[in-house]
Design a protein around this ligand. Sequence first.
Ligand code: MSK
Length: 635
Amino acid sequence: MQDIEKKSIDLATQEVLKKAEAENIRTAWDRLEQQQPQCGFGQLGICCTVCDMGPCRIDPFGEGAQTGVCGADADTVAARNLARKIAVGASAHSDHGRDVAYTLSLLSEGHAHDYEIMDIEKLKTLAQEFGIDTNKAKEQIAKELSKKLLEEFGKQEGELVFTKRAPKKRQAIWKKLGITPRGIDREVVELLHTTTMGVDNDYKNIINNGMRCALSDGWGGSMVATDVQDIILGAPEPIRGKVNLGVLKENYVNIVVHGHEPVLSEMAVKASQDPELIKLAKAKGAEGINLAGICCTANEVLMRHGVPVAGNFLQQELAIITGAVEVMMVDVQCIMPALQEVAACFHTKLIPTSPKARFPGVTHVEFESKKAYEVAKQIIKLGIENFSNRNKERVNIPKQEMDLVAGFTKEVVFQILGGKYRSTYKPLNEAIISGRLRGLAGVVGCNNPKQTHDYFHTTLVKELIKNDVLVLQTGCSAIACAKQGLLIPEAAKEYAGKGLQEICEAVGIPPVLHLGSCVDNSRILTAASHIIEEGGLGEDLSDIPAAGCAPEWMSEKAITIGFYFVASGVYTIFGASPFATLGSKDLTDYLTKGLAETVGGRFEFCDDPIKMAQLMIEHIDKKRKALNLKPLMYQ
Ligand code: MSK
């Protein structure tokens, strides 16, 4: 295998990496090389920087220091480090949820004129969950609902309302362990408090508190983000789109949106269709305006508008290196600081928009919900003005682009499987019960240059669908598989086992369903709860023949997602770079074995995608056996 093939299996990525090398532009892969050897203590999770008596390191060979200056041992140090990552991941998703809930509040008071209530049904359903009388004007419902939602963050008493969506048995497990999440902010703060120097020294207790914090994200902040975005931006429905760097257009003004919060990118979609701006783009010599996305902001505008996706996490620098991007507008999360250096090699304007995320030395155009469309127009105008600065000789857009279908929410799955007038999960449950479908898998998460880009996602997912496992995806993992053609209905014939193929052909769905962005992992939790509610597959989420995996993860948010899946009863595998816990055997054992006895889910660490698939299938088969389901029809 050539060096470039070890970096990525994606041909478009390989092509642009060659360009980067020829033009001497550094990317994440080069910087990773420069970092070698990476700190062994850090990789094992046994370096402690919690207080200034350190940094302390625990000797993994048992010869040197076995505690830090304060006396914390490897178990405490590794557990605290991990728990702090959970807190950060939860805070990122949940702060996103808070911002969206705040936008709903502004809208209800008439201060966010560019947004409207797009999904009244969902508004009412949510309001009813919070005990709000829905027999009133939608603005009033929105006002009361946003108040209740915002209160979930600062709640001091009681439990998060969305936890009631989980099956009764799951709620009882959480209650017994004392990990039912309370206020969202409270869980983050308490976890940071208890992991500071001299507070919690019991690694199991630290992890249990970590699970409660993670649950406050999955069944709290992320769920708020997902549901409120559906209310104010519209609930996604299956929609066709295109993916990979080939979606950038040579003769157009290319505007790339990147990050996570779709409140501004939604307005960018609108502004890119503004006749006045299109006219201006044409006057500047372009054929029009082409909007494309990177990472989860891309998934959001793809699911609602079919906006093309230029790439996943490791392609953010590459989009700029094509030389064809006039503006990359970014909001929050997963935006590499290196973009500034890469953009400086081209005419590309990097435009940060969030008051929370600034880049020194670049034009910052601050987003405000109150004048959202105006801000979006201003940014697109900057892109149009920048078109004439493009150096055509340096433009190299790879040809690769692929079709995909996205936009499968829990509501849509109901409709597709049950028909418009019989919306139900019954056909899905029956497919599993009868053995036509083996089970379900959630495959999510990022890219990581330590692994061959996209290889783990696609190899794993192909193996799962070949074995009649229906795959649900979000985030950069969905983008990876889409680029390889797995997210179109035709993929069923080529890659899926006979049982899955029959289902896909009968209802016209791909064997891999794209459920959205990282916060939309909450859609998987609610869909799983509906499956239990429908009956026939046990009483708890841990009974479902299902498994989860983040094969190429890198973000703290992925750790939090992993923990809320495990704490919800799901067997979850993490890819090649395991959590930095391996310096503590006790902690590793607790995560990979002990948790099964308390929460019913557990972690597995694995660095081979085929082996990951086999482990997930073994787990699914074990669950089928426990439920006494019929033998598989075709395997
Ligand atoms: S964007 S968290 S790299 S999936 Fe949600 Fe992709 Fe991971 Fe960011």
